[in-house]
Unconditional design. Structure first.
Length: 55
């Protein structure tokens, strides 16, 4: 089971971003998301994450 912890969310106008940590059975993975909002609706998002720790 994977869950997410939000570290920070910010934005303005039609762009927002969030930093998060995914807690997985194999460990934690840090990532961020970029979001575009138009007319109150999310019209685009893209998540980026660090490669899992191979240790």
């Amino acid at each position: 089971q994977t869950s997410f912890v939000v570290r920070e969310i910010d934005g303005g106008g039609d762009v927002a971003w969030a930093q998060w940590t995914a807690k997985t059975p194999a460990g934690e993975i840090d990532g961020c998301g970029l979001y575009r909002v138009r007319d109150g609706l999310m019209t685009y998002y893209k998540d980026y994450m660090n490669a899992p720790d191979s240790r």
